[in-house]
Write a protein that binds this ligand. Sequence first.
Ligand code: NDP
Length: 450
Amino acid sequence: MNEYLKTVIEQTECRNEKEPEFLQAVHEVLTTIEPVVEQNKDLYKSVALLERMTEPERVILFRVPWTNDKGEVVVNRGYRIQFSSLIGPYKGGLRFHPSVNLSIMKFLGFEQIFKNALTGLPIGGAKGGSDFDPKGKSDNEIMRFCQSFMTELYRHIGQDVDVPAGDIGVGGREIGYLFGQYKRIRNAYEGGVLTGKDIVYGGSLARKEATGYGLMFFMREMLGAHNTCIMGKTITISGSGNVAIYACEKAQAMGGKVVAMSDSNGCIYDENGIDLDCVKEIKEVKRGRIKEYLECHPNAKYIEKSGVENPVWTIKTDIALPCATQNELILEDAKNLVSNGVIAVGEGANMPCSEEATKYLQENGVLVAPAKASNAGGVATSAIEMSQNSMRYYYTFEEVEAKLDCIMTNIFKACKEASDEYGLNNNYVAGANIAAFKKLAGAMVAQGIV
Ligand code: NDP
C-alpha cells in the first residue's frame, strides 16, 4: 500500500481506537481511493489532506435533560458532528436510538461528506442525534425531549451554517417539534434550518419518499448497465421504516415483487408479495411491530431474530436491499444470499454491509450499490427543500421526483465512470468513493490549510 495512506490509516486507528464504526468507514474509503492518492501523493502529503479529511471540523457534545410522564428527570446525551463545510453548510440527519455513541455519529458524519459531494449540490457533511430511545414514549415525552435537545442545538445551527434532518427515530413528528422550538427561540421563521419538514410549514413534496425512491432509481441504472432490470425480480428488504417503506413502494411500481421486510425483532415473509398499505398502517400510523402483519395476512410467515444470521437474508431473492442500520449484513448473511442466487445488493441504510460481506459479494459477482451513492436521494431532496425555502416557491411532487431521478442517474454515472477509469471491474463501492474524493480533494487544496 502507498506509504502516505498507510501512515494515515495507522494514525487514525491510534487516535480513534475506541471508535470501531468510524474506523470501519475511514478504512473503507482510504483503501479504495489508493489509485488517486498514488497519483497525487506529494501534494496531498504536503497539505495533510487525508489527515484533515478524517478529522471532524467540530464535535459538539451536550446534556439533554427532560421530564418523563411520571415526573422523573431523565438525562440523555446529545451530539452534533460538524465534519466538513468544504462544499456547503454542514448537512446531515439526527438519529435518536439507544445505540448512538461518538463512534456511530462520527462514522455517519464522515460518510455524509462523500455522499453529499456525490449529489453535486452545495452541502457539507454532518450528523447528530442522541442515545434517547423514542420507542414506547408518549407524544408529550417526545415533544419535551425534542424541545430540550433543540434548546442546546439551536446555537450551533442555521440555514447557512448547519442544517439537520431526520434519520433513525427522527421523522416528521420529531422534525416538527424541533422546528417549533427553534422558531420560538430565534423569534424568526428560518425555513431552511431543518429539512424533512411537513408540507404545510415549508417541507418539500417527495422528501419523505426520496431516499427509498432514490435507491430504486440507482438500482434501475445499475441493473440497466448490466442488461437487466427490476421488472419481475424478487426483492427482500430489511427494516420497515422510512427508507424501507418507500424503497418497497418504488420497487413495486417498477414491477418488482417484494416478499420480505423486517424490524429489529424479526422479519415477515409473504410469498404473494408484501401488502405495503398494511405495513404503512402498522409502522406509520400505529407505530407497531412488523409481526402485526400476520393479523391481516395469516398465511404470511414471521421469523423471529435470533443468533448471528439476519433472518431476512436467509430468504431466496434476486435483489437484497438492506434499509435498517449499519452492519446488519455480515459475512454469514452474504454467504446465505450468494448461495440463494442474489444478483444485486442495494444499500438503503448507511454502511449496512460489513467490509467482509461487501468483499464476499463482489468476489462472487454480485453487484453492490454503495450507500454513499445509492441512498443519497434523501439528502439531495433535502437540498432541494432548502432551495425551495430560499425561493419561497414550491415544486410539484412530479417536479421534485424528476429532479431526484436525474440526480440519482448522474450519481450512478459518476460511480461507473470512476470504476471504468481506474479499471475497477464494476466495483461501484470504490467508484463512489473515488468520484466523491476527487471533488473534495480539489476543494480542500483550493481552500488552503483550514
Ligand atoms: P426509521 O427509524 O424510519 O426506520 C429504521 C428501521 O430499521 C426500523 O424498521 C427499525 O426497526 C430498523 N432498525 C433500526 N435499528 C435496528 C437495529 N439495530 N437492528 C435491526 N433493525 C433496526 O429510519 P430510516 O428508515 O430513516 O433509516 C434507516 C437507515 O437508512 C439508517 O441507516 C439511516 O441512516 C439510513 N438513511 C436514512 C435516510 C432518510 O432520509 N431517512 C437517508 C439516508 C440514509 P425497529 O423499529 O424495530 O427499531
